[in-house]
Every structure is written in C-alpha cells, then in structure tokens.
Design a protein around this ligand. Structure first.
Ligand code: URP
Ligand code: ZN
Ligand code: ZN
Ligand code: ZN
Length: 474
C-alpha cells in the first residue's frame, strides 16, 4: 500500500532537508512538504534521519573457506544486514578453475534464492583467464548483470591468481565495461613468511598478522594500480587496511589512473593487539588483510575524509569461535579467515565517523551507500533518495546509545568482534522497495523477498566518472 513518511530529515550524499516521502509501488513517488495522506499509511519520522538504504559491496555469505563454510548465509546474513541499515549486498561468487562460469553463478543463485530478505547482487571471481573464459564474460555481464570481477592476489594455491591473469582481466574489463576488484596482498611473500613462522614454532593467532605485514599490502596495491594504468582500465581495491596501500591508491589517482578504494569498520576501530588476546581468543580477529598497528587507523580516517578511499564494505565472512575458528588451534594458518561485521558496518561509521566529527553526514551516506551504487551500476535506482528511486530507506535515530554485543546481535555466530563497544545512533526501521523489513527494531521481513539485481556496466548511466571525483578531491 501507499506510504507517506512524514517529517523525517532526509539525508543524501549532497543534501539534508526536512520533507515527506510518498512511496508507491516500491519506489519514491514524491518528495515534498505536507504531501497528501489520503489512502496512505502514515509513518512519523520526526527527529529521525532518513538515509538511502546502505549498500554493502563486500560480503561472503555461506562461503566455503578453510575447510568450513562461513556461518551466516543469505537468510541470517541479510537479516542482520537489514537490522544494521543495509538494504543491498553484493556477494562474491567464487569460481573453480575449468568450470563454466555459469555453473558457479547458478550455485550462488541456488544459495541465495528464497533466502535473502533484502536485494542482492554478485561479483564474479576470476581465477584464470583463457579463451574459454573470455568467451563467457559477455554473457556474464549481459545476461546476469554481473559487472565487476574479483581477482585475488593472495591465498596461494587456493584463490590466488598470477599477474598475467590480473592484467588480462583488467584489459578485458576495460572493453566490456566491468570494474576489476582486487584483494591486494602479495601471496607469494606471505607463503614464505608463513612457512618460516611455522618452522620457528610461531603458531599463535598473532602470527597471522606478523606474516602479512602492511608493506606487502602496499606492494600488491601499487602493482595492481600500475597494471591498471598500463591497461587503461579501472580498479577497486577491497578491504584497504594500511597507510602503505592508501599511499599507492592516492598516488595512482593523482596520476589519473582509475583506482578506487574500500575500507571496512574493523580496520577503523580495532588494532593488531586484539590478535594477542589469551586463550586463543585472538582467533576471533583473524582475517586478511590483518588488523594493523593503531597508527594506521588515523591514516584510514584521513583517507575517508579526503576522498582517497570511497566506500565502506563489511567483508562479512563469519565463523563461530567454537567449532570453526578453533580449527586453527596450534596452527594459525588453519584459522578460517573472516569476521562478522555486516550488522554493525553502518552504525560504526555513524558513531565513530559522524558523531566524532571525522566525516560529514553527507560523506557517511556516500561511503555507506551512494558511491557503491555508482561504482557498481546500481545508481540511481539505489543509493539515493530521489523520485523514481527504489524506496530502500533507513529511519535512523541518531540519539540512541547502545553497546554492541553478540548477546543482542542478529548474526548467526557466537561472538562479535566489537563486543562492549559503546555506539550512538541506530536504525529503527528499514524498508526495502517500500516494504518494512525492520519495523521499530523488530524483524518483519520475509525470506525470499530480496530480489537478485542485475547491474549496469561500469561507467554507464549516472556512474561517477573518475574526473568528477578528482575535481572534488582536496
Ligand atoms: O579474511 C577475509 N577477509 N576473509 C574473506 C575473504 C577475503 O579475503 O575477502
Ligand atoms: Zn504495501
Ligand atoms: Zn579479501
Ligand atoms: Zn572479502
């Protein structure tokens, strides 16, 4: 039915004003003062922010990894995302060498269909490039609407691709209108450092961080950026964790190479010392790239503020502490990599970023929603509040204070890495295409209501070309 959201403070990546929103048929039909209420359900949003629904461009739901499978699937993961103010997730579809790409995509459709409570889309992993793979890419883009490819520069003998594969993917992406995403760490050097550590009996979780120093993230980021320039293509560096990587991204952007960077809440608020927690608790914080020394946090905040990094992903990849993380007791290399972040992504950026004066409210919306929509071909249907856009909306109370805890979160795992953290601001209601998924902090959605979204090609429609972002950059 029609809905009117009254008197909310509407915030977009460029605006902030008090108005009513009329929602019809799942989209925003009108924005204005004193919109007619006849026949509509009226929702009072006085005192609340109305944000475009969050877009999480980086999730791994029900992903096989390290001999187990990430615990949150498309049901629990998207439900937790919705509680946290996210209305679209883009998940990474993994591929196996030699397998038709469509088979991998069909596998991902099978796990998500009838489960997601919010809209979702896929990125596609490229593990090898040959004539057969190249022949399949146009249909991946045109039929599936998958317009971003992911190349892993780490996880040797598992997901890692070589530089030829990365370069050929960049060249193909330029011609096809796709954005290439990289996990930028030097997997070969990690392999060597890891073998050395184990040979020295260094088996505790902290050695996960010690064997993946920030220099090798910086090196891989710089290499990927240079290859992007050579291919005259476009690159998105996922989960940037350190000053060295920011430096390489900034340097490339200043040269006019189209490189974009994403960071994640965990790198903004947690540091390497968490991996030293006793009783193997450090394993809760094992993911890649690893948490860094505290000084990197300031570099990340500065980069968000200056526009050198453009998005915030969760890198959601959750494993229980008991029964999954403990696979690596006595050998840190066997700890499944990843953490439960999807639910707190938006709130942490609001509390630590906006409330603490590190970024503006408009930057917050850009980082959590708008920029991802533009880069990944969802804009302007998603990622903003405008007439004709999907009514994916978050009614957010900026005054609520709460403590993050596994005892109250909605993710399927037995711990929360932000346990005990005080934060201010919380989504109270969340709508997906005009229907409540969260209402007054209660789940009212339905598994299967989330739709698979085919995305537009990179750089088409209203996707922000690099030049525009360079102009606004300081
Ligand atoms: O440790 C992580 N980040 N796990 C998920 C896979 C990846 O590398 O993004
Ligand atoms: Zn309705
Ligand atoms: Zn990664
Ligand atoms: Zn990831």
């Amino acid at each position: 039915m029609k809905k009117v959201i009254k008197n909310g403070t509407i915030v977009t990546a460029s605006d902030e004003y008090v108005a009513d929103l009329l929602i019809e048929e799942g989209t925003i039909a009108a924005i204005g003062k004193n919109l007619p209420e006849d026949g509509a359900e009226v929702i009072d949003a006085t005192g609340l922010y109305v944000f475009p629904g969050g877009i999480d461009p980086h999730t791994h739901l029900e992903m096989p990894f390290g001999g187990t499978v990430s615990k949150d699937d498309f049901a629990t993961g998207t439900k937790a995302a919705a509680f946290g103010g996210t209305t679209t997730v883009i998940d990474f579809c993994l591929t196996n060498k030699g397998e038709p790409l469509q088979a991998a995509i069909d596998r991902w459709h099978a796990k998500s269909q009838d489960k997601a409570v919010i809209d979702y889309s896929f990125h596609l992993m490229i593990g090898e490039i040959n004539d057969q793979v190249l022949e399949q890419l146009p249909s991946v883009i045109d039929d599936e609407g998958i317009t971003s490819f992911k190349v892993f520069m780490a996880y040797k003998n598992v997901f890692q691709a070589d530089d030829e594969t990365l370069f050929r993917t960049l060249v193909a992406a330029k011609d096809l209108g796709s954005l290439v995403m990289v996990h930028a760490e030097n997997g070969d050097v990690i392999e060597y450092l890891t073998k050395q550590a184990l040979a020295n009996g260094q088996t505790d979780p902290i050695y996960h961080a010690k064997t993946r120093p920030s220099e090798i993230e910086g090196e891989a980021t710089g290499r990927a950026a240079q290859l992007t320039g050579l291919a005259d293509s476009q690159l998105y560096v996922v989960h940037v964790s350190c000053a060295e990587a920011i430096e390489k991204i900034t340097e490339a952007r200043q040269k006019g190479i189209q490189v974009y960077g994403e960071t994640c809440p965990q790198y903004l608020v947690l540091d390497e010392t968490y991996l030293e927690k006793p009783d193997f608790e450090g394993a809760k914080y094992v993911w890649s790239p690893p948490l860094r020394e505290k000084s990197h946090q300031e570099a990340l905040w500065n980069a968000l503020k200056a526009g050198h990094l453009q998005t915030l992903g969760s890198d959601q990849c959750s494993f229980d502490f008991v029964g999954q993380k403990d696979l690596g007791k006595g050998d840190f290399t066997k700890i499944p990599n990843g953490g439960p972040i999807i639910e707190d992504r938006v709130s942490i950026l609001f509390s630590e970023g906006v409330k603490k004066g590190r970024i503006s409210l408009q930057q917050f919306v850009d980082l959590t929603s708008t920029r991802a929509a533009k880069l990944f071909g969802l804009f302007p249907k998603k990622g903003t509040i405008s007439v004709g856009a999907d009514a994916d909306l978050v009614l957010f109370d900026p005054t609520i204070e709460r403590v993050i805890s596994a005892s109250t979160h909605h993710m399927a795992v037995d711990y929360n890495p932000f346990e005990g953290m005080n934060i201010t601001g919380e989504p109270v209601s969340v709508l997906s295409r005009g229907e409540f998924v969260i209402r007054e902090k209660a789940f009212v959605g339905t598994e299967g209501d989330g739709q698979y979204i085919k995305r537009q090609k990179f750089g088409t429609s209203d996707s922000l070309p690099m030049k525009t972002s360079l102009q606004v950059e300081v």
